[in-house]
Design a protein around this ligand. Structure first.
Ligand code: PLP
Length: 393
């Protein structure tokens, strides 16, 4: 056997990508499986975005670009941050990467030395802890249950911060819980962070546009402007414009850190795909109505799925603030089913016996729960919920 690096052995493959691949393989083998695992909108990329990319190819815009993104795309990102978030950035404060995933990866690589701690609220996006581990850092998980709408309290944050904390991660609205922090909650977390001036903050705003909560979107820099010099704002076009395959994410933050992140990127992928950059620019600068169309569908599906889940004995689901996930408690169903010990068994049972693929909550750091993606048709959702109800009965 070949000896692999310890850092690779310390991490696991993405559970959400695994379940999606599994559902695909079962379907290819002729099994009828409804996939509720997907972390991407089921809509097509809007036409005006595709057309911009096609024109870019025809015009021969198919070569290396600046590592950190074209001047035009960076300007579109700067304009977006100003217009939608009220945040000012200069060109040396922006880095465009191959997806939001690479933005966070670059950040972890740029920041962490062995033993450096990163505070990650749980349930968390599956990739945060593993990207921290790959960088040699130590994830510090702060658990927030349904009783606190899966959001950490200032007291919990304070308890987790040490003089080794380099970074605190906030993802709002959250994958997988769908919950968002409001301004008051962010102000209270900011109050705690004020006492730890050496700690940086990463706010992952990837689901900013997929929200139905009546309050306007705010991140921690909006709530606590004094945190601007030590906050990285991470965002991208994947979810808002249904552009997951194009691989464009971006970060705004302190020039010194952006420069270090750019250095990491310059020695790994170099620039994100030139054509995708043109598409992302069209997304940010073009008409924004496409977001509303998807949002309306997600909201309707959310209302339906939450209500239907709560009718199933043994399953309890809180309504969310946004995203295309719901995160029901399934412990009651687990307890009722003979031979099913935990949420991993439960997910396995559903995929095998009911033909429904969802991701077990423990993949996100919370046992007894499951993540259901509503990024599939209403008809699929109706059928999947009938199947779950029957399998649990
Ligand atoms: N952040 C969160 C919270 C996500 O859920 C995702 C995708 O699943 C990303 C970042 C990264 O998205 P991408 O790399 O596709 O831009």
């Amino acid at each position: 056997t070949i000896k692999l690096a310890a850092r690779v052995q310390a991490v696991k493959p993405s559970a959400t990508l695994a379940i999606t691949a599994r559902a695909k393989a079962l379907r290819a083998a002729g099994k009828d499986v409804i996939g509720l695992g997907a972390g991407e909108p089921d809509f097509d990329t809007p036409d005006h975005i595709k057309e911009a990319a096609i024109a870019a190819i025809r015009a021969g815009f198919t070569k290396y670009t600046a590592v950190d993104g074209t001047t035009e795309l960076k300007q579109a990102v700067i304009d977006k941050f100003k217009r939608e978030n009220g945040l000012d950035y200069a060109h040396d404060q922006i880095l465009v990467s191959c997806g939001g995933k690479q933005s966070f990866f670059n950040l972890a690589q740029a920041l962490l030395d062995p033993g450096d701690e990163v505070v990650i609220p749980a349930p968390y996006w599956v990739s945060y802890p593993d990207m921290v581990l790959l960088a040699g850092g130590a994830p510090v998980l702060v658990h927030a249950g349904a009783d606190q709408r899966f959001k950490i309290t200032p007291g919990q944050l304070k308890g987790a911060l040490t003089d080794k904390t380099r970074l605190v991660v906030i993802n709002s609205p959250s994958n997988p819980t769908g919950m968002g922090y409001n301004r008051e909650e962010l102000e209270a977390l900011g109050e705690v962070l004020r006492e730890f001036p050496r700690t940086l903050i990463a706010t992952d705003d990837m689901y900013e546009h997929i929200r139905w909560s009546p309050e306007p979107f705010v991140n921690i820099v909006n709530a606590c402007p004094e945190l601007y010099p030590r906050t990285l704002v991470l965002n991208g076009v994947s979810k808002a414009y249904s552009m997951t395959g194009w691989r464009i994410g971006y970060a705004g933050g302190p020039a010194e850190i952006i420069k270090a992140m750019k250095k990491v990127q310059g020695q790994s992928t170099s620039n994100p795909t030139s054509i995708s950059q043109v598409a992302a620019q069209a997304a940010l600068e073009g008409p924004q109505e496409c977001i509303g169309v998807m949002l309306k569908a997600f909201h309707e599906r959310h209302d339906f799925v939450v209500e239907r889940l709560n009718q199933i004995p043994g399953i309890e689901c809180l309504p969310t603030d946004g995203t295309f996930y719901v995160f029901p408690k399934v412990q009651g169903a687990i307890d009722k089913l003979p031979g099913i010990a935990n949420d991993l068994d439960f997910a396995e049972y559903l995929i095998e016996k009911a033909g429904v693929a969802l991701v077990p909550g423990s993949a996100f750091g919370l046992n007894g729960y499951a993540r259901i993606s509503i990024a599939t048709s209403r008809a699929n959702l109706e059928q999947a919920l009938e199947r779950i109800a029957a399998a649990v009965a």
